[in-house]
Design a protein around this ligand. Structure first.
Ligand code: DMJ
Length: 453
């Protein structure tokens, strides 16, 4: 029997409630065992990467090969995963990742890269690694990358193009979305802190507020916008794919930097979201998709990405709504035995059946458990983690699911599985002292950044 399966069975026994103890009792030993299971899973995923894909961006866990996002590798998996290894005290793996990064990572490449993905995975990963580990080479790489990304914002509106060339600064793809326009405040703010150059934070803030000022009369933003003209191209408003982290960064910039403008923008936005998108049902609460101008429902779709909102509501102190949403998140997971990318929450039909090893549901569980200490969130987290580790495991890693109805796997292990999914899964069960939420703010890619004193 495989080690992870054995550990899962063992911890299943430990999680059973002994008759003499209070109903919610969960022993420290059971929590520790769950942490060990997650460390074991991290090790398994990393071993697969090293064995089959070392030097590439990502592991293909079924064909056992490496995969690059662009014409050559930027070592996405080691950069995204380093701080997880650091926090989980996986010294050997952290040292290995560090050696790969410093031997092989250069951003001096004639390659168009997607600004959003490179910023959240690389800038965030490198800056957080620097803050945890202290090696200045992490920061030097982040500074070099930051300079190369800045030309992306040279549009008539100040909202960035989606792609920028790392060597020439040439941009392309003006049809963008709030998430790809407004998810730079944290990483660019840290660059301003470490370079002393205000251009980074100012540029990121202008981009976010160009979106904010184009909100509709009822306070909502759409899904696609042209960064040249500033006109909305798709007026559907929702909180999932292509919008999610725009909202997340408005609130988190307040948390990390004390930016009052961002807090005010978050409050206006969140009020509109709760008024027009939030739907309470007997199964729990979900967010629907509406027209940004009328607030009328367009499609009652909810999915894996939307699940993050319970976490941000917890952080901002709105526990009741967060708990209702987490009830919906739990329903979604339990109903389909792994969550779908998207489903119609009014009739439970799946509209996008994949599961990309996403973290958002566990992320929300983590924040809710920290805030409430209610052990129902531990149980949810255990259920989700055990499902992922038992159903998505391959001989050399963990694979996304192409269709959760058939459990056909997909040949992909995104770097956020190590950066986020396993990190949040671990932190729920680890002692709070592992990471103090009063001292750090997680980026959208789960890279912890230190709140300046
Ligand atoms: C991650 O890259 C980030 O969390 C992003 O904000 C949304 N998508 C993935 C995880 O699902």
């Amino acid at each position: 029997m495989r080690k992870i399966t054995l550990l899962i069975i063992l911890t299943g026994f430990l999680f059973q409630v002994p008759a003499v103890l209070p109903a919610q009792y969960l022993s420290d030993a059971a929590k520790k065992l769950q942490c060990d299971i997650i460390i074991d899973a991290c090790r398994h995923a990393w071993k697969g990467y090293i064995h089959d894909a070392s030097g590439y961006d990502a592991l293909m866990p079924i064909s056992k090969k490496g995969q690059n996002w662009y014409s050559s590798s930027l070592l996405m998996t080691p950069v995204d995963a380093f701080d997880t290894f650091y926090l989980l005290k996986m010294k050997h793996e952290a040292d290995e990742a560090k050696a790969i990064i410093f031997e092989g990572l250069s951003f001096n490449k004639n390659m168009d890269v997607q600004l959003f993905e490179v910023s959240i995975r690389f800038l965030g990963g490198l800056i957080s690694s620097y803050e945890l580990d202290g090696d200045p080479r992490f920061l030097n790489l982040a500074k070099d990358l930051g300079k190369r990304l800045l030309p992306a914002f040279n549009s008539p509106t100040g909202m960035p193009f989606r792609y920028v060339n790392l060597q020439t600064g040439k941009t392309r793809d003006p049809l963008s979305n709030p998430a790809e326009i407004g998810t730079y405040l944290l990483e660019f703010g840290k660059l301003t802190q470490y370079t002393g150059d205000s251009v980074y934070y100012k540029t990121a803030k202008k981009a976010s507020f160009e979106v904010f000022k184009r909100r509709s009369k009822i306070g909502l933003v759409g899904t696609i916008i042209d960064v040249n003209t500033g006109n909305w191209v798709n007026a559907e408003s929702q909180i999932g794919a292509r919008i999610d982290s725009y909202y997340e960064y408005l609130y988190k910039s307040w948390l990390l930097f004390g930016d009052q403008d961002c807090k005010a923008a978050w409050e206006v936005s969140n009020d509109a979201i709760i008024k027009y998108l939030y739907v309470k049902t007997a199964k729990g609460a979900f967010f629907t998709r509406v027209d940004m101008n009328t607030g009328r429902e367009q499609q009652p779709l909810y999915g894996a990405l939307d699940a993050f909102y319970a976490g941000i509501l917890t952080l901002s102190g709105n526990l009741t709504l967060a708990q209702n949403i987490q009830q919906g998140n739990t329903y979604m997971w339990a109903k389909f035995h792994l969550e779908p990318e998207e489903f119609n929450f009014r009739n439970d039909s799946i509209t996008s059946p994949g599961y990309a090893l996403r973290p958002e549901n566990l992320e929300s569980c983590f924040y809710l458990y920290r805030a409430t200490k209610d052990e129902q969130y531990l149980r949810m987290a255990k259920r989700m983690t055990d499902d992922i580790l038992s159903k998505c495991k391959t001989t050399d890693g963990f694979a996304a699911v192409k269709d959760i109805r058939t459990m056909e796997l997909e040949d992909s292990m995104e770097s956020f599985f190590l950066a986020e999914t396993l990190k949040y899964a671990y932190l729920i069960f680890a002692p709070e002292s592992t990471l103090d939420l009063k001292k750090i703010v997680f980026t959208t890619e789960a890279h912890p950044l230190k709140i300046a004193k």
